[in-house]
Design a protein around this ligand. Structure first.
Ligand code: PLP
Length: 425
């Protein structure tokens, strides 16, 4: 892409362009943070209002049956299942990603150790998202296991007879680097281990084929590329070959085989329903369904394959333009399409935070992720830009890159106001 006119021409040819109208985008904003919090779908406010006024206000407790509230975790789960390559009835929406990770990692550890008690290692990536590492650290302590952290290229060499579970985020939250799920799952299985995949940056962003890869467990976020709203419920999937093998530890009544028999003893529901725990947050669920529907709206236009093609074109163009115009920044995401998720990150040794603040003040919203200074391999400070092909245009890519160039060349990022760290970066 060499000019704004060329960007406009690409937008004119874009068959996914009509999907932008499904979103309520603020005027004057180029939103490159859908990998953190997706944009508000136009349908959400009216749907949540309807749930509040009609289903709750008028239907009251009857709505658990009459409005189908009780089966919402399954109904939305079946929709998400279509985006991650699994069958209806195999995936449910519940709780948060962190809580769901606790459930599936507990199950995976229990199954791996039941099959071979000598397996005591959980293997993950050093720059995996911290909540994943913290949950794994806690479970490792409880189960007498060791959490081993490695760089991506070291992982294949660590798949051995001690390994219980390979736990990875499919698309890395910092760099956007995407693992080969099928190859790593097959390699882990050859070593006798199980896999847990965090799809936080994959569901709705890149095609995912959990069943084709033969993966064991997966979890993911509702508020990123699924546009479900702040703190939206998350999802959880267990391969049907494992689903009935283990009681996940948060054995709440919604995961019981017959919750309304109110028996004093726990009998887990068959299949993935046992991964439910307590009463679902209905208002958040209603918003999440509207968000998932925006991704499914792409199905008649080519679905995830078409979204992926556009996402790669957007990220490729942004990476190339910024590299050519902003020599002070170094590309921290893979240049190779096959290895890149739907985000592009740039590293700068010192000024990442104020540069992002200055960019946000211009209406170009991305985010900043600081490095891990406690480790010699210390991940770099990162300027992070997420690209949601449902609502982004090629002209947004062009304009965002131009703003970034201006912020750097003018030195406006040096202003005091851009150097005050807020709680959320
Ligand atoms: C890979 C990954 N996992 C999990 C989470 C968050 O989990 P939770 O929704 O429980 O806060 C994030 C949030 O950014 C993430 O990037």
């Amino acid at each position: 892409m060499r000019s704004r006119e060329e960007a406009q021409a690409l937008d004119a040819q874009d068959t996914l362009a009509p999907l932008r109208a499904l979103f309520s985008l603020p005027e004057g904003v180029i939103y490159l943070d859908g990998n953190s919090l997706g944009v508000l779908p136009r349908a959400t406010a009216a749907r949540v209002q309807q749930v509040v006024t009609d289903e709750w206000g008028t239907g009251l407790i009857r709505s658990w049956n009459s409005a189908g509230w009780i089966t919402l975790p399954q109904r939305i789960g079946d929709k998400i299942a279509r985006l991650v390559g699994v069958g209806a009835g195999e995936l449910v929406v519940a709780d948060s990603t962190s809580v769901n990770l606790f459930k599936v990692l507990s199950a995976a550890l229990a199954i791996a150790k039941a099959d071979d008690p000598k397996r005591t290692v959980i293997l993950s990536e050093r720059s995996n998202f911290p909540t994943d590492l913290y949950i794994a650290e806690s479970l490792a302590r409880q189960h007498g296991c060791t959490l081993v952290l490695a760089e991506p290229d070291e992982l294949p060499g660590l798949l051995n007879a001690q390994l219980a579970v390979l736990m990875l985020t499919h698309v890395n939250y910092r760099t956007g680097r995407m693992h080969d799920m099928a190859a790593l799952t097959a390699a882990a299985h050859r070593a006798g281990a199980l896999t847990v995949w965090d799809l936080a940056h994959s569901a709705g962003a890149v095609p995912v084929d959990l069943a084709g890869a033969g993966a064991d467990f997966a979890i993911g976020c509702g508020y990123k590329y699924l546009n479900g709203g702040p703190g939206a419920p998350a999802f959880v999937w267990a391969n049907p070959r494992h689903a009935d093998r283990f009681w996940q530890p948060l054995s709440g009544w919604m995961g019981h085989a017959a919750p309304f028999q109110f028996t004093p003893d726990y009998k887990p529901a068959p299949g993935i329903a046992r991964y439910l725990c307590g009463t679902p947050a209905l208002l958040s669920m209603a918003a999440l369904e509207c968000g998932v529907d925006t991704v499914l709206a792409a199905e008649p236009l080519g679905g995830m394959a078409a979204l992926r093609t556009k996402s790669l074109a957007l990220t490729r163009a942004f990476a190339q333009i910024v590299q050519a115009r902003c020599p002070e920044l170094s590309l921290a995401s893979p240049a190779d399409d096959a290895l890149r998720g739907s985000q592009v990150c740039f590293a700068h040794p010192t000024m990442g935070y104020p540069v992002m603040q200055a960019l946000i003040a211009r209406g170009v919203i991305g985010d900043f992720r600081g490095g891990d200074k406690s480790h010699p391999a210390g991940a770099m400070d990162i300027l992070r830009f997420g690209f949601t092909p449902l609502y982004l245009r090629f002209v947004d890519v062009w304009d965002a890159a131009e703003h970034l160039r201006q912020v750097l060349q003018s030195g406006e990022w040096r202003e005091e106001r851009f150097n005050q760290r807020a709680a959320v970066t």
